[in-house]
Structure formats: structure tokens, C-alpha cells
Design a protein around this ligand. Structure first.
Ligand SMILES: [Zn+2]
Length: 114
């Protein structure tokens, strides 16, 4: 018979799995990229993401697709390699939260001290 345990989830709905340690989830929230205090792309209204292609949909063997990330506030900012945080251009606005999938973090599955 399984034992019932209390679990803690990230208040910023980032998709992070629940933890059994409240303290560890608080540590996560402090550095969560959806935490507005981080002023990160993930919670910024200027982040634009879309999929693009070379237009070869009619010849799938030549079709190439890629994911584009751009900053609408400054197109000189390169987000192709990684997103930013502590950004001076950051502005918060309601964005649709991305669907919470089965994304896994490095320490998922570990049992925490209580
Ligand atoms: Zn989070």
C-alpha cells in the first residue's frame, strides 16, 4: 500500500515536477525562469517564438524547419543560442502559459529529505 506524501509545485507553472521538499521548491522558485523577479525571456512580453522553414513543404526531402526566438524590443539581441535573464528591456505581460508536458529536470525522481 503506497504511503501518501505532501508535494510542492512551482507557483510560476513552469512545468517543473513537484518536489516533496518545500525548501527545495522555494529554492527552485527563486531561480525559476518564469519568476518575474528574474526578468527573464520566459516571462517577458517581448519574446516572440515561432517555427519557420525553407518553404520546401511540397518536396519534403528538401524541407528544413527550425524554431525562431526573437526579442521584439530589440532585434539586435541574439536569442538563438540562449535566452536572457536580468534584462533591462524586460516587461511583464500576460502570456499564455505553455502546456505543461512531461518535461524533466535533472533532479526529478530524487526523493527529498522532509
Ligand atoms: Zn518554476
Amino acid at each position: 500500500m503506497p504511503i501518501e506524501r505532501k508535494a510542492w509545485a512551482c507557483q510560476y507553472k513552469c512545468g517543473r515536477n513537484v518536489l516533496t521538499s518545500r525548501k527545495r521548491m522555494e529554492t527552485h522558485e527563486a531561480r525559476c525562469w518564469r519568476n518575474p523577479a528574474r526578468r527573464a525571456c520566459a516571462s517577458c512580453k517581448h519574446l516572440l517564438e515561432y517555427d519557420d522553414s525553407n518553404g520546401m513543404e511540397h518536396e519534403p526531402q528538401y524541407l528544413q524547419t527550425w524554431h525562431v526566438r526573437e526579442c521584439k524590443a530589440d532585434d539586435g539581441i541574439d536569442l538563438s543560442e540562449k535566452l536572457r535573464h536580468d534584462c533591462t528591456l524586460w516587461s511583464n505581460a500576460p502570456r499564455q502559459p505553455e502546456p505543461v508536458g512531461d518535461r524533466l529536470d535533472a533532479d526529478v525522481g530524487q526523493e527529498d529529505e522532509r
